[in-house]
Design a protein around this ligand. Sequence first.
Ligand SMILES: Cc1cc2nc3c(=O)[nH]c(=O)nc-3n(C[C@H](O)[C@H](O)[C@H](O)COP(=O)(O)O)c2cc1C
Length: 367
Amino acid sequence: MAGNSFGDVFRITTFGESHGEAIGVIIDGCPPNITIDEAFIQSELDKRRPGQSKITTQRKESDTAKILSGVFEGKSTGTPLAMVIPNEDQRSKDYSHIADKYRPSHADYTYQMKYGIRDYRGGGRSSARETAARVAAGAIAKSFLAQFGIHVFAHVSGVGKIEAPNLATHDIDELTALRESNIVRCADPATAHEMIAFIDAIRKAGDTVGGRISATIQQVPVGLGEPVFDKLHADLAKAMMSINAVHGFEYGSGFAGSQMQGSEHNDVFVNPDGDANNLKTLTNFSGGIQGGISNGMDITFRVAFKPVATLMRAQQTINEAGESTEITGKGRHDPCVVPRAVVIVEAMAALVIADHLLKNQLYDPTR
Ligand SMILES: Cc1cc2nc3c(=O)[nH]c(=O)nc-3n(C[C@H](O)[C@H](O)[C@H](O)COP(=O)(O)O)c2cc1C
């Protein structure tokens, strides 16, 4: 199975399945002397952990990452940094009833056709359990970026047809406190209230619902991103589209921008500091990226997640023998993935920025 690695310099490889022994990650290319704070890694994993509230799956996993290598006396050594997260609450029998059935809109049929074998327990490698390994790696990338004052913030900006208003502040600490004040992780508490009630009603009806996550990356220096195929937004798009259940990515003005005119869409340059090498723009429809290269403004993007495929109600499907059958989800599933996916989006964004920072020919770590 190819395609388990991401990044060129700050490169991660993840391994493991939903119901195997463990999942984990190896980071090859992590620079030395980064402070590795295990409590921070854990706090990041806690935001993705199952069983954290009534609107997430009830699977009970402590999601504790054990560092196996690459760290000495609390600092990265520059050698491969490996982390493993044991699986604790598999309950594989919850899946025996679907062993030979294809869940509609899940990965069962495509895995069976491609590999001729699949671990049906929780979807095996196709399970979003794998993303815990990305979150652990993302925590290391965030620690690296913090040295440069670069911070990523994401929150749930939409659930079904409910949409949060534009945020009133850009202060990351303030936004984080607002987001963590509620279980859906929306930084607008009034909208959060509405979202939680809606997800709870959907869950009780045995159904699921999609949602949106908006993100911003602050203090990214000018010049990250390669000009042709490895444009910064192209790599962000790949990172986000690689997350389970993601169906859309847009940056800056995104799809709405295609309905605008150039005269309203162009970001007018200004020079507030009288420094020709530190220009700003009055608006940020470019989302902080022009020609695939960061321009020093906040990088902004939005990610759309589909409704979870596994429903707690009967659906028509086909089994491996090609016969019509019924399928009903059992066990523990998320009615809406976005509350748990916020930290996954942040992790993938941090990995992209760390990778570009390191491969930028203009980057001088001593500067
Ligand atoms: C945080 C998170 C949790 C998820 N939880 C579930 C779940 O409980 N049940 C499920 O069927 N799919 C869940 N998914 C989505 C599946 O992993 C995904 O739909 C499946 O792998 C098929 O891939 P695709 O939707 O990208 O085509 C979750 C996704 C994320 C990001």
